[in-house]
Design a protein around this ligand. Structure first.
Ligand code: NAD
Length: 266
C-alpha cells in the first residue's frame, strides 16, 4: 500500500491546535504542502508551520474565520496563490457552546451552527469549485478530496449540547449529499467522526482522574483517543489508497458507537 501524496496541497481548517494540527502534520509528513488555517491563535499557527518546516515540509499560516464567506474565499485564494493548486480539504474547524436546552441562548445556537455547519458548507463549496475547475490531474485519480471532521454526535444524541449535535448531524447529511452530487466530477467526500480524543475541546472530560474514569465507561476499547488516531485515517482518506471510498463516515471512537452500556449484560 503506497500513500503517495508528495507535491499535493491541503488546506486544514482550524489546524493550529488539536485534531486539525495532527492531520496537518500527518499530511505534511507524507509530502503535502499544507495551509494551516487559524481563527485567533496566530502564535500556535506559526508554531505549527515551523514544526512542518523542521520536518522538511512546506506550510503557510492563514487567518480566516470559517463562518465568514469573504474570509473563506481569501483563505482558498491564498492557497492557490502560494502553491498553485489544491488537492485536499480537511474541513475541521469547530467549537462547542454548551447549555441545557431551556437555557441555551440564540447567540449560543447561532455561534455553533455558523462555525460547525455553515463553516463546513463555505469551505466545502470553495474546495469543490476549485476541484471542478482543476479537473482530474497528474497528482491522482480523484480531482479532489474533501474530509469533513464530524463527530460520533452526528448519530448519538447529546443532551446539553443540542446545537453541536444538530450541527454535526447536518454535516453528515451535507457530506453524503455532496458526495452524491460531486462523484461524477471525481471529487470524493467523506467524514471522520471521532469519539473522545484528547484535545482542548473536551478538556473537562479527561483532565481529572474522576472525569476520565467516567468517560472510559463510554469507551469499550478502554482508552481515550489520541489526535494521531484521527490523523492516520485522514492520511488514508486523502490518498488514492481510498480511491473507491466516497460518501462514507468512518467512526474513530474505540467502540463508543456500540451502545457501551450493553456490554455489562442485561
Ligand atoms: P480544538 O479546540 O483543539 O480545535 C478546534 C479548532 O477550530 C481550534 O484551533 C479553533 O481555533 C478552530 N476554530 C474555532 N472556530 C473557528 C473559526 N470560526 N474559524 C476557524 N477556526 C476556528 O478541538 P479539536 O478536538 O481538535 O476539534 C477539531 C474538530 O474535531 C472539531 O470540528 C470538533 O467538533 C471535532 N471533534 C473533536 C472530538 C474530540 O474528542 N476532540 C470529537 C468529535 C469531533
Amino acid at each position: 500500500m503506497e500513500i503517495n501524496l508528495k507535491g499535493q496541497t491541503a488546506i486544514v481548517t482550524g489546524s493550529s491546535t488539536g485534531l486539525g494540527r495532527a492531520c496537518a502534520m500527518g499530511l505534511a509528513d507524507e509530502g503535502m504542502n499544507v495551509v494551516i488555517n487559524y481563527h485567533s491563535s496566530k502564535v500556535e499557527a506559526e508554531d505549527a508551520v515551523s514544526e512542518i518546516q523542521q520536518r522538511g515540509g512546506q506550510a503557510i499560516a492563514v487567518q480566516a474565520d470559517v463562518s465568514k464567506e469573504d474570509d473563506v474565499e481569501r483563505l482558498f485564494q491564498t492557497c492557490l496563490d502560494t502553491f498553485g493548486h489544491l488537492d485536499v480539504l480537511v474541513s475541521n474547524a469547530g467549537l462547542q457552546s454548551d447549555a441545557a436546552f431551556t437555557e441555551m441562548t440564540l447567540a449560543q445556537w447561532n455561534k455553533v451552527i455558523s462555525v460547525d455547519l455553515t463553516g463546513q458548507f463555505l469551505a466545502c463549496r470553495a474546495a469543490a469549485r476549485i476541484f471542478k475547475k482543476q479537473g482530474v490531474h497528474e497528482h491522482g485519480r480523484a480531482a479532489g478530496k474533501i474530509i469533513c471532521m464530524s463527530s460520533v454526535h452526528d448519530e448519538i444524541p447529546w443532551a446539553g449540547h443540542v446545537n453541536y449535535a444538530t450541527a454535526k448531524g447536518g454535516v453528515k447529511m451535507m457530506m453524503e449529499s455532496l458526495a452524491q452530487e460531486l462523484a461524477a466530477d471525481k471529487i470524493r467526500v467523506n467524514s471522520i467522526s471521532p469519539g473522545a480524543i484528547q484535545t482542548d475541546i473536551n478538556r473537562e472530560a479527561w483532565e481529572t482522574e474522576e472525569a476520565l474514569d467516567k468517560l472510559l465507561t463510554l469507551i469499550p476499547y478502554g482508552r481515550i483517543g489520541e489526535p494521531e488516531d484521527v490523523a492516520n485515517l485522514c492520511v488514508f482518506l486523502a490518498s488514492d489508497v481510498s480511491d473507491y471510498i466516497t460518501g462514507t463516515t468512518v467512526y474513530v471512537d474505540g467502540g463508543m458507537m456500540l451502545y457501551p452500556g450493553f456490554r455489562f449484560g442485561g
